[in-house]
Design a protein around this ligand. Structure first.
Ligand SMILES: [Zn+2]
Length: 77
C-alpha cells in the first residue's frame, strides 16, 4: 500500500519536473540572445545587448505578451 503511494508520488514529481523544464525551455526561447542585430527592427544592436534600444525591447515584449495571451485564449500551448 505504501509502495503504491510512493510510486504515485514519484510519477507526480516527474510530471511536475517535466512541466517546469518545458516552461524553462520556452522562457529561454522567448528572449533571443544578443546577436549584434536587433530582433525587432533589424538595426545594429550593441554587442552585449539583444535590442538596439529600450523602445525596441518594450515593443518586442509587448508583442510577445500579446501572442502568449492569444495562444492561451485559443487553447494552444
Ligand atoms: Zn531595434
Amino acid at each position: 500500500m505504501s509502495r503504491q503511494f510512493d510510486l504515485a508520488s514519484d510519477l507526480e514529481l516527474q510530471a511536475r519536473e517535466d512541466a517546469l523544464a518545458s516552461t524553462r525551455a520556452t522562457a529561454q526561447r522567448e528572449t533571443p540572445a544578443p546577436s549584434g542585430v536587433c530582433p525587432w527592427c533589424e538595426d545594429i544592436a550593441p554587442a552585449s545587448a539583444t535590442f538596439c534600444g529600450a523602445e525596441c525591447a518594450s515593443d518586442w515584449q509587448a508583442h510577445h505578451a500579446r501572442e502568449r495571451r492569444a495562444a492561451i485564449i485559443s487553447g494552444a500551448k
